[in-house]
Write a protein that binds this ligand. Structure first.
Ligand code: DOR
Ligand code: ZN
Ligand code: ZN
Length: 425
């Protein structure tokens, strides 16, 4: 079956293509790109006024499968991702059981293939059971196809063990996706430290909680030669740490989540509303501005979601008792377009670079590029449409997010995975 996408503006960061062209997909492959293509039996999609870009790649989701499937599972997570324009996601290993051996990696990959709505790449935990005591079966999991290793949800606090893991990562050329949080320094904090937390009578998480581990991780990356990718950067200092690391030639990159460039601690209405609770927390307006500028100047190369579904019951609890996290794959493209492109920080091309091409480069996967001959993972995005975000429109299982009723501009109209339509509005 062929698909002919007509009159869209092709935005392909890999080739810097920014041009109105037709694009033909035959089988699972992009077979032609030219000003005016005709194809007799193709399904025709009119993309006039829309961007046609490489399918989005999310380096950071929690699909909760196996073990916490009341929150999400591979099928609902894949549906949500396709709705959000994603064709590939990296699933974090803090499931139950933890993904620390090849068997669980295989379970996720098999189930995702069966569902067929998204490439779900399972990330392997760095330590057994994520207990931080001994390394997991990293080689076995690499053999089973993990694209990266991560202890997301926490840091490997034992620096020597962390270094051991990075040596394995360096030897096998896979990146380390690092959640940076000094667990001792957190000291019971649940939101950003400062006057707001004090006014609400809640314990705070200082920027240093994140910065200290980021600095440590960059040093260990330098020593081991591993490729280090810093998850959910939230502080202004994180941008400078990455900048310094890059200047020294260290292989370090960083991601920002839409909540950290869209919101700040001033937006938290009360300690009762835990839809504003995530880890790392919403920081100050000054931190948010530094992240936006870091994205604009290229220091921060990736936008990922940290899609973290939780049940309504759990999130009905207040800030001190609810789990950290919000869902994100179904709102990321619209928030990025609205806040960063219309906000003047990114061009549309840069948006798709940070949401597809750069993640593919860091993960070293042959995706994020819609050149002729490549696999046809494509998103069609209409930048004109304005609407409000409503959780009732979501395809995922969970609804925990702070954007209900928020006006945005830009919507995913079609997602294509290896030549098959996985979402169509
Ligand atoms: O907000 C978060 N939620 N941050 C994390 O690091 C973990 C995640 C989760 O698993 O819910
Ligand atoms: Zn994390
Ligand atoms: Zn996470």
């Amino acid at each position: 079956m062929a698909i002919l996408i007509k009159n869209g503006t092709i935005l392909n960061p890999a080739t810097s293509t920014n041009e109105v062209l037709d694009l033909l997909i035959e089988g699972d492959t992009i077979s032609k790109m030219a000003p005016s293509i005709t194809a007799a039996d193709a399904t025709v999609i009119d993309a006039t006024g829309c961007y046609v870009a490489p399918g989005l790649i999310d380096m950071h989701v929690h699909f909760r499968d196996p073990g916490q499937t009341a929150k999400e599972d591979i099928e609902t997570g894949s549906r949500a991702a396709a709705h959000g324009g994603y064709t590939t996601v990296c699933a974090m290993p803090n499931t139950n059981p933890v993904v620390d051996c090849p068997e669980v990696v295989k379970y996720v990959h098999d189930k995702a293939k069966q569902v067929g709505l998204c490439n779900v790449l399972q990330v392997g935990a760095m330590t057994h059971g994520m207990k931080g005591e001994e390394l997991s079966d990293l080689e076995g999991m690499i053999e089973a196809g993990i694209p990266a290793m991560s202890e997301d949800g926490k840091s490997v606090m034992n620096t020597n063990l962390f270094r051991e893991a990075l040596r394995v990562a360096a030897a096998h050329h896979i990146p380390v996706l690092s959640h940076c949080e000094d667990i001792n320094l957190v000291d019971g904090g649940v939101m950003n430290a400062g006057p707001k937390a004090e006014a609400l009578g809640i314990r705070g998480i200082s920027n240093a909680v994140e910065n200290i581990i980021e600095a440590r991780d960059i040093m260990v990356a330098e020593e081991t030669g591993a490729t280090l990718h810093l998850c959910h950067c939230s502080t202004k200092e994180s941008v400078e740490l990455i900048r310094d690391g890059k200047t020294k030639g260290i292989k370090v990159s960083g991601e920002v989540c839409p909540h950290h460039f869209t919101l700040c601690e001033d937006d938290i209405p009360s300690a009762a509303d835990s839809n504003y609770k995530m880890n790392p927390p919403l920081r100050t307006a000054e931190d948010r501005e530094a992240l936006r500028r870091g994205l604009a100047d290229g220091i921060l190369e990736v936008i990922s979601t940290d899609h973290a579904p939780h049940t309504a019951e759990e999130k009905s609890r207040d800030f001190t008792k609810a789990p950290f996290g919000i869902v994100g794959v179904e709102t990321a493209a619209a928030l990025t377009y609205t806040e960063l492109v219309l906000g003047g920080y990114l061009t549309p091309m840069q948006m798709f670079a940070k949401m597809s091409y750069n993640p593919a480069r860091i993960l070293d996967i042959d995706r994020g590029d819609i050149s002729v001959g490549k696999v046809a993972d494509v998103v069609i995005f209409d930048p004109r449409e304005t609407y409000e975000i409503h959780a009732s429109d979501f395809h995922g299982k969970s609804r925990n997010m702070p954007y209900e009723g928020r006006p945005v501009q830009g919507t995913v109209v079609t997602t294509i995975l290896a030549g098959k339509i996985t979402y169509k509005r």
